[in-house]
Write a protein that binds this ligand. Structure first.
Ligand SMILES: [Zn+2]
Length: 423
């Protein structure tokens, strides 16, 4: 990519003048970015692949430990393999001619039993940022592949268009601890590494004073959350400011964010420290959640009732003539569901869908409620064309012991309905 802007021209020039990585930095990368191993044979003899030291290891699980000789943190692997490899990324954060730069290296090691480990380091790309938040990327060419880290080794590090994969790899890379930061970025509160990728954080504090405020108040993990959920920052900032003012430390930022959103839904004052800074966040969250659920249920019920009222006229027109029909065999009492609201109540009591599926608007069938001792037992759907029972369902659509009797009783009274239809 050819440079277009002034910043890109400058980056392209400075990119050519960076000094190579130092021996100390390489050593650090080898020690800290890579994994180190010991392999253990069936007899329990472990061999450190860093220094070749052998010892009897009795611990019966694989896992991390320290080599008793060279002190390297190693992972013990029970394997017959004599060769292991590892490949990672690490970065150096520095400045060059007034520009912040993160240089990202790939380090690859080959470990063999009884040999010194061999490793190679290749710089892959650089992220650039100036104090006015202009950014650019210089990189080796990437081949088209499913994998994010497929750089063409023989290509040059030059200006390329930005891509999420650079930021991903920079984010997962181990950062060399001695970092150099532009004065303006340092003044805004950033002078070290944190859980947030450096360049992302630097951009945030250069462009958003809220990020700067959080960072300076030592609330890096809250900031990390908001950088991942920028919409939430917009919604919650005025409430968050109250926690700052009150010196209230948020135990769990994602729970807190949910909690404030719930308060908003409940119409509570989200600028009142009493609500915003609860003594026990998780308890307050659970309480608000419970209330919001109740709220939601009430709203849903009201909405259903409203819909029922709207459908009532149509129902009357379709089924009005059957309303009031009642018969019994002495035990089972059957009556026609007489309004949309009765469908709603029947559905709610027996947990089935005759209301939700709008059976009350079906032109060719009719629903009846069959009760024993006044208890809703089954709901019967009767065909208005051949006067047979289409279905009869009890609680949660199951059959009750009265099932067959109910069907017989309804069908033997079919004349009552036929007569109404003929009238
Ligand atoms: Zn060792």
């Amino acid at each position: 990519m050819r440079p277009h802007t002034r910043f890109q021209h400058k980056v392209a020039a400075v990119n050519e003048r960076l000094s190579p990585i130092t021996e100390t930095q390489k050593q650090w990368g080898f020690r800290n970015a890579l994994k180190h191993y010991a392999i253990r044979n069936a007899k329990g003899v472990a061999t450190c692949l860093d220094c070749g030291h052998q010892w009897h290891s009795t611990a019966n699980t694989e896992g991390e430990t320290k080599c008793p000789d060279c002190g390297a943190t190693i992972e013990i692997k029970d394997t017959q393999c004599r060769k292991l490899t590892d490949r990672r990324y690490f970065s150096i954060i520095t400045t060059a001619e007034g520009i912040q730069v993160q240089r990202v290296f790939r380090i690859e090691a080959v470990y063999r039993k009884h040999r010194k480990p061999e490793y190679s380091i290749v710089e892959q790309f650089r992220l650039w940022l100036d104090g006015d938040c202009h950014s650019a990327v210089t990189s080796r060419r990437r081949s088209l592949s499913y994998y994010v880290d497929c750089f063409v080794e023989c290509s040059d590090i030059e200006l390329r268009s930005d891509n999420e994969c650079y930021h991903y790899l920079a984010g997962i890379s181990e950062v060399y601890p001695r970092i150099k930061v532009l004065p303006k970025i340092k003044r805004n509160g950033l002078n070290g590494t944190s859980e947030i990728p450096f360049m992302k954080l630097a951009k945030a504090i250069l462009t958003d004073s809220r990020a700067e405020t959080m960072l300076k108040a030592g609330r890096g993990s809250d900031l990390a959350y908001f950088l991942q959920h920028p919409k939430r920052l917009e919604e919650l900032w005025s409430s968050y400011r109250i926690t700052l003012r009150n010196g209230y430390r948020i135990a769990d930022i994602s729970i807190w964010a949910d909690y404030i959103a719930l308060l908003t839904r409940l119409g509570k004052d989200t600028h009142n420290a009493h609500y915003v800074c609860p003594d026990n966040l998780s308890e307050a969250h659970n309480k608000a959640h419970r209330k919001a659920m109740e709220h939601e249920n009430r709203r849903e019920r009201a909405e259903k009732r409203k819909k029922a009222a709207g459908d009532e006229a149509r129902f009357r027109e379709l089924k009005g003539r059957f309303v009031g029909i009642y018969f019994t065999d002495g035990t089972i009492e059957v009556s026609v569901l007489g309004s949309v609201n009765e469908y709603l109540e029947e559905s709610a009591a027996l947990h089935h869908c005759c209301f939700a599926s709008e059976y009350y608007l079906k032109p060719n069938s009719l629903c009846l409620s069959a009760r024993v001792n006044g208890e809703r037992t089954e709901t019967v759907e009767l065909s208005l064309t051949d006067f047979r029972v289409l279905q009869s369902r009890g609680l949660c659509n199951s059959n009750t012991p009265y099932h067959d009797r109910i069907i017989r009783l309804v069908e033997s009274n079919a004349n009552l309905f036929r007569r109404q239809l003929g009238a």
